[in-house]
Design a protein around this ligand. Structure first.
Ligand code: ZN
Length: 218
């Protein structure tokens, strides 16, 4: 069971169909393993349905109403959440269903690109409407202090890291707003694999560049 969850505002945005695709994919991956957040999404969708029925647009902008309608009718671009419990026996080689359209079904088929020793990444193949990438970081590796330029949603898929906010293991989400500074260190034993959605790919490039520059100096 995950210990770190997305911000309630991120869950609401997901339920309303207004999260960018990359963020929705990461959030849906968390929903696959988090009954607490699945319940929160269901509550928000019910509340949204009531709003649409009762207000008929008075309280919602037409854009928000359209997004909600699309969401409720299943035509939203964002991947649909799996609102049922995941099977008990999970194939450890299979990626979460919501990430498979972007990266394929199996970890063993991923073609990692090494950026520096100990750090590999893989960018989403499909257009993810924002940055979406997998990171694989060697055990016991420090990623130096860095500042986020925009909203970033990260979920741990395997392994773990720790920073000032706590220990983040498989299923946990770090929902970091702008101007959050942190200094994660992957735990020993196994590589940390995570998926990260970022608001602005170019800024993330900048972040990667700065972080990896510092990694090289370690
Ligand atoms: Zn959760």
């Amino acid at each position: 069971m995950p210990h770190h969850h997305p911000d309630p505002s991120t869950v609401l945005a997901y339920a309303a169909g207004s999260l960018p695709t990359a963020f929705a994919a990461v959030l849906a991956a968390h929903l696959e393993v988090c009954p607490t957040c699945r319940a929160a999404v269901r509550d928000a969708e019910r509340a949204g349905a009531r709003l649409v029925e009762q207000q008929e647009g008075a309280a919602l902008s037409s854009g928000a109403r359209d997004a909600m309608r699309a969401r409720l009718s299943g035509t939203a671009m964002a991947p649909r959440p799996l609102l049922h419990d995941a099977p008990r026996t999970r194939d450890p080689d299979r990626l979460p269903a919501s990430l498979q359209p972007f990266f394929g079904p199996r970890y063993s088929d991923l073609r990692w690109r090494r950026v520096v020793p100990g750090v590999q990444y893989l960018r989403a193949e499909a257009d993810a409407d924002g940055g979406l990438m997998l990171l694989r970081i060697a055990p016991g590796r420090g990623i130096p202090l860095h500042r986020h330029a925009g909203h970033e949603l990260t979920m741990i898929l395997d392994g773990a890291y720790a920073d000032a906010l706590g220990r983040f293991g498989a299923g946990d989400v770090a929902d970091l707003g702008e101007d959050v500074e942190h200094q994660p260190v992957t735990v020993p034993g196994r590589p940390c694999i995570c998926v990260a959605a970022t608001e602005a790919p170019m800024r993330f490039q900048g972040w990667m560049a700065r972080a990896l520059q510092s990694v090289l100096r370690l």
